[in-house]
Design a protein around this ligand. Structure first.
Ligand SMILES: [Zn+2]
Length: 318
């Protein structure tokens, strides 16, 4: 298990012990963040009849791997759990109806029924709407776990009915420490490499160029056309805008490291202006959840116009 998941594991363990685990759980995190691992562990702990805890991590429950439930689960043969897999890259309404039917049945050998939907973001709109009913009228002793890599693509109505657990894998120095700790563990290392700009040198370089261009644009008003083009070209465009703005805010608040290039920008940036820009970006990200790619291009262009206006307003006040 990835070490940064311990916080979530401890939290889930507390809920299980207290008997107040949320009925609908949404775990979001980028590829490589470990959300599948965390979900599988959670399902096993929910279903295990004699959970244990390691002496090193007392606050984290572990499945015993010995009881009947554990053994059947490990063989993928446990009748009170169902994993719903997306077929052909999309999860249709029929699959979701099977979930409601599954929850309506009485548990066969355990007391709790669990459903895992590993690619919740692949749900069609019809499927998501069908799932809403299940989320709104939970049957007794049922727990549904949704996983999403791009939380932004889920319908807001789905998100609002789930308890959200966001996995934020470490970055920068802390990430480096994690890699060192597990230097012998090639598996952990390979998994980390799935984080796009943290580990792919190409994507990292792309992001750096993006951030530099963005800083130029917000401090000097240069490179506006490039920013629009780059945001649209990258699948992470909106998220990168958010990330770069967060980075700039850190710089403006004097939180960046000494060798950080944003330091030099910090005096040029006004905290309120950045905050306005940040809010515009997050509002656009929220809006983008329900839109097609064509419309995303439109709202992205509108976002840049909004940022232009915020920047012009700031200059006029100086
Ligand atoms: Zn067990």
């Amino acid at each position: 298990m990835k070490s940064w998941l311990a916080k979530e594991q401890a939290l889930f363990s507390q809920h299980i012990i207290a008997g107040n685990l949320p009925h609908a759980i949404l775990i979001s995190g980028v590829k490589g963040s470990g959300k599948e691992e965390l979900a599988n562990w959670l399902i096993q702990v929910i279903q295990c009849t004699q959970t244990i805890s390691d002496s090193s991590q007392k606050d984290i429950l572990q499945p015993c791997h010995q009881c009947k439930h554990c053994k059947l689960l490990l063989k993928d043969n446990y009748p009170d759990h169902s994993t719903v897999i997306a077929e052909k890259n999309s999860l249709g309404v029929d699959s979701v109806r099977k979930v409601s039917a599954f929850f309506e049945r009485t548990a066969q050998i355990g007391t709790i029924k669990t459903v895992l939907i590993p690619q919740a973001d692949k749900m069609t709109v019809a499927a998501a709407n069908a799932l809403l009913k299940t989320l709104e009228e939970p049957s007794d002793n049922s727990i549904i776990v949704l996983l999403s890599g791009e939380r932004d693509t889920l319908l807001p109505t789905i998100i609002s009915r789930c308890r959200l657990f966001e996995i934020r894998p470490p970055s920068g120095d802390i990430l480096a420490q994690h890699i060192n700790v597990s230097a012998n563990n090639t598996n952990a290392f390979t998994n980390l490499s799935h984080l796009p700009e943290l580990s792919s040198a190409d994507v990292a370089a792309e992001y750096e160029t993006f951030e530099r261009t963005f800083f130029n644009y917000i401090t000097k008003g240069e490179g506006r056309t490039q920013i629009v083009k780059m945001s649209l070209a990258s699948p992470y465009g909106l998220r990168w805008l958010e990330k770069a703005t967060t980075h700039a805010m850190r710089g403006a608040n004097g939180w960046s490291k000494e060798d950080d290039s944003t330091e030099s920008f910090s005096t040029l940036l006004n905290k309120d202006t950045l905050w306005h820009i940040y809010n515009k970006i997050t509002a656009t990200i929220n809006k983008s959840k329900t839109l097609s790619q064509v419309n995303i291009q439109f709202i992205l262009e509108k976002l840049i116009v909004d940022i232009d206006n915020i920047l012009i307003h700031e200059q006029s006040q100086e």
